[in-house]
Design a protein around this ligand. Structure first.
Ligand code: SF4
Length: 378
């Protein structure tokens, strides 16, 4: 399921918790779009003529692009690649950009058929803590306008574990989400990433850190509510009604190939992983692939295996011992079966035939369990 990821590195202001590459200025917007199109030309053989089934405008804030810019990008993709006529084309959007006029134009004049709105919370004090540009009113208005415009395939992001977010408020955030009848939710615990404003402010004791026990209780409430409303947790942070799994993200988790365009974007073609330069000036001035792609890593078999374990364990599909046997060989499947045994015994993992998936208790320790299953053969 090959896809194209486009990193649109502009934001109105930097959110305190964010460690994605983006600039809080639109100074380079025009030249950036031209550079993005140029990169597409330079790298149009990366996916070796495969049909592109998903396109994802991420960032940054892709909804800062104009309708014409979005169209230029999609048209260039369909000229240079085999873009499937049924492709899922997602735009990440911030609520404050989603005026009824913009949404109408997105729906009627572009190929965008899936909208991902960065709501995070419906409460102003949580949004202030996160240093988001929008407020709760923007979030509600944007969702209502998107629904009225006819965006049925929609997802929102909600963050839990924010110190200002009480359990009662978290329950209200979830109730509002379910009331809006949106078919997909991405929900993450607030994490304090190194070198973010949030880390500095917490270190200086200007902001409170999240309480771990509250974060866990929010996660448990989320699991319970999602289940009650018929949502499937198809990845640890992603919940959908049947038929609404994100195709682009599912492909990442299932080892699909993708070309990442734009500063800081990653690409993967099955055996190597590449990282684009994280610098706007250098990106727009680059005339060759070698100057855009900063780093390239050819993955060893054990690295590929570790990635498979890490991503698949977090999904509804789980780790498949038969797949490990077929793709990585006997040695790997023996190690996998030996190591996973204690988690099955301890009810952190459930086994159905060759498939091993996390139980609710196991989901709380997903990264640790995956790390324990890793092999280190260089
Ligand atoms: S809008 Fe998104 S990408 Fe931009 S700073 Fe906030 S979290 Fe980061």
């Amino acid at each position: 399921m090959p896809g194209i990821y486009l990193h649109i590195p502009f934001c109105k202001q930097k959110c305190h918790y964010c460690n994605f590459y983006s600039l809080a200025s639109l100074k380079y917007r025009d030249v950036f779009v031209n550079a993005l199109l140029k990169e597409m030309h330079l790298r149009n053989d990366y996916l070796q003529g495969k049909h592109i089934e998903t396109v994802y405008f991420g960032g940054g804030t892709p909804s800062l692009l104009s309708i014409d810019e979005i169209n230029r990008i999609v048209i260039e993709i369909s000229t240079l690649f085999h873009l499937d006529s049924q492709a899922e084309i997602t735009l990440e959007a911030n609520p404050d950009n989603l005026s009824p006029e913009y949404l109408q134009a997105l729906k009627s004049r572009t190929a965008i058929n899936r909208l991902s709105i960065g709501v995070q919370s419906f409460f102003d004090d949580d949004l202030r803590y996160l240093h988001r540009v929008h407020d709760g009113n923007h979030a509600r208005k944007a969702i209502e306008a998107a629904k009225q415009t006819g965006f049925d395939n929609m997802t929102i992001d909600l963050i839990y574990g924010i110190p200002t977010l009480t359990t009662e408020k978290w329950g209200k955030n979830l109730s509002l989400f379910f009331e809006y009848d949106i078919p997909h939710l991405s929900s993450y615990a607030l994490t304090v990433e190194p070198k973010t404003a949030l880390q500095v402010l917490i270190d200086k004791q200007k902001l409170k850190p999240a309480k771990e026990d509250e974060t866990l209780s929010h996660f448990e409430i989320l699991l319970d509510q999602a289940r009650q409303h018929g949502f499937e947790q198809y990845e640890i942070s992603n919940y959908a009604l049947p038929g609404f799994y994100a195709r682009h993200n599912s492909a990442y988790w299932l080892g699909g190939h993708y070309l990442g365009l734009g500063p800081s974007a990653h690409s993967f073609n099955g055996h190597s992983r590449q990282w684009n330069v994280k610098n706007m000036k250098q990106y727009i001035e680059s005339e060759t692939v070698d100057r855009i792609v900063l780093e390239k890593e050819v993955l060893t078999k054990s690295q590929q295996y570790n990635e498979y374990v890490m991503t698949s364990l977090r999904t509804i599909w789980g780790c498949n011992a038969e797949h490990i046997q077929n793709v990585f060989g006997e040695e790997y499947v023996i190690s996998f079966r030996q190591k996973i045994h204690k988690y099955v015994e301890g009810q952190k993992i459930v086994q159905k035939g060759n498939r091993f998936t996390l139980t609710d208790a196991g989901k709380l320790f997903a990264d640790g369990i995956a790390g324990d299953l890793f092999v280190d053969k260089g």
